[in-house]
Design a protein around this ligand. Structure first.
Ligand SMILES: Cc1cc2nc3c(=O)[nH]c(=O)nc-3n(C[C@H](O)[C@H](O)[C@H](O)COP(=O)(O)OP(=O)(O)OC[C@H]3O[C@@H](n4cnc5c(N)ncnc54)[C@H](O)[C@@H]3O)c2cc1C
Length: 382
């Protein structure tokens, strides 16, 4: 499935992650600081424009190319990988897929260059798994403007100095059957009535930006509606199906990073007269880690292949996300164990991998939600 361009891209991102990200990211992480300098360099490489058509300033590649870049970044660090994932998969792709040409022209070239970041505001304090049930944010048309009231929780990339726009899912009415009508509205950063809280203190992804958002009589022009009114639910389902393939790729990268670091360490560290890699208990652990990465990678390649071929891929995306986030968690635990006490020290990447792995079982749909999706695709009742 990898063509020559994919292979070349993977190599250049691997080098970038090793040479540019790895030496400095630990300090950003410790300081919980957003790595503007690295993000600027990622922009210069074209990473934010990978699946964006050239007419909008992108690289004209495919979504699989984005996944490969995410995997290589996450082998070294997940904060920069999730910054890219959220900016492209959640920020730019909905505008590309559902936006008007004017919206695309306005936002995509700067997004593709990494000059501004987009964010996707779906989750609310009242719940992320049951989105329609937990949604309270409303948008009402008044004098040619949407008036938005409500709040959003845990929104990635929403409060950086270069955040340009947040796509906000809001209830815009009631359907005949009483269900909420949900639409997506683009809210530029700095719009009066839109406030961004200070960064959360997080267990992991510490060099990424995650905030709570508040909307108080926030007014934006009617034409900021993304696509059709009432299509918000379908839009975010599609966005999340794609996003799960990307999160699976990111998870595979973290799981691979655990293998890379462990292989290096077991050849250096000695105990009882041998390198610890001499012992079968360690070898079996690494063999299991490698098997998990391998199967998880095949799962996301397969989901991406179906997606690019225009085939249904909801089940495959859910399976890929489920197995790869499991692989990331299991590999992070095993790698930390292999490193012994040093695995618990922040100066070694495996400590970061351990802290970063857990969110992969939660973000863009928890593992329980993935199981629900798989069961539904198998015809079991909702
Ligand atoms: C660092 C970070 C970044 C994020 N970035 C974004 C972002 O950019 N944009 C955005 O919109 N959201 C974002 N999120 C939100 C994320 O997608 C949600 O946290 C996630 O979907 C889970 O929602 P919740 O936290 O409300 O948990 P809840 O929905 O309250 O779930 C709590 C628990 O109950 C389980 N559960 C719920 N329903 C069922 C059921 N029917 N059966 C069995 N178990 C069930 C869940 O699996 C979970 O274990 C982010 C979250 C984090 C932590």
């Amino acid at each position: 499935m990898l063509n020559d361009e994919h292979i070349e891209l993977r190599k250049s991102v691997e080098e970038f992650a090793r040479e540019v990200v790895a030496p400095v990211i630990g300090d950003y992480y410790e300081r919980c600081e957003f790595p503007y300098d690295i993000v600027r360099k990622m922009g210069a490489m074209g990473l934010f424009g990978l699946p964006i058509p050239e007419e909008y300033g992108g690289m004209g590649g495919d979504y699989f190319a984005l996944c490969l870049a995410l995997e290589e970044l996450a082998r070294v660090d997940s904060s920069v990988a999730i910054t890219l994932e959220a900016a492209v998969s959640l920020g730019a792709m909905p505008i590309l897929r559902f936006g008007t040409d004017a919206q695309r022209q306005r936002w995509l070239p700067k997004m593709a260059a990494g000059e501004i970041l987009g964010a996707f505001g779906l989750t609310e304090p009242g719940g992320g798994s049951d989105v329609p049930g937990g949604m309270r944010t409303t948008a009402v048309l008044d004098g040619g403007e949407w008036v938005i009231n409500g709040s959003k929780a845990f929104i990635t990339n929403s409060g950086t100095d270069i955040t340009g726009v947040v796509a906000v899912a809001a209830i815009t009415g009631r359907r005949e059957d009483g269900r909420p009508e949900i639409s997506t509205i683009l809210v530029p950063s700095g719009t009066p009535g839109f406030t961004v809280s200070k960064k959360y203190s997080k267990v992991g992804w510490s060099a990424s930006d995650t905030r709570e958002l508040a909307f108080t009589d926030c007014r934006v022009p009617e034409e900021n509606l993304l696509g059709e009114r009432g299509r918000g639910y379908a839009q975010f389902l599609r966005t999340l199906d794609e996003g799960r393939v990307a999160i699976a790729a990111l998870s595979v990268g973290l799981a691979q990073g655990c293998v890379d670091e462990s292989l290096r360490y077991v050849r250096e560290r000695r105990a009882f007269g041998h390198e610890i890699g001499h012992y079968q208990a360690i070898q079996f652990k690494i063999a299991d880690m490698e098997a998990r990465v391998h199967t998880a990678r095949l799962a996301y390649y397969h989901a991406a292949e179906r997606m690019l071929a225009g085939l249904p891929f909801k089940k495959e995306a859910a399976i890929a996300k489920l197995v790869s986030s499991n692989a990331a968690m299991d590999n992070a635990r095993d790698a930390t164990q292999i490193f012994g006490g040093y695995g618990f020290m922040n100066e070694f990447p495996v400590g970061r991998f351990y802290r970063d792995a857990k969110i992969l079982e939660i973000g863009e749909g928890t593992s329980e939600v993935q199981r629900m999706l798989i069961a539904r695709e198998l015809g079991l009742p909702a």
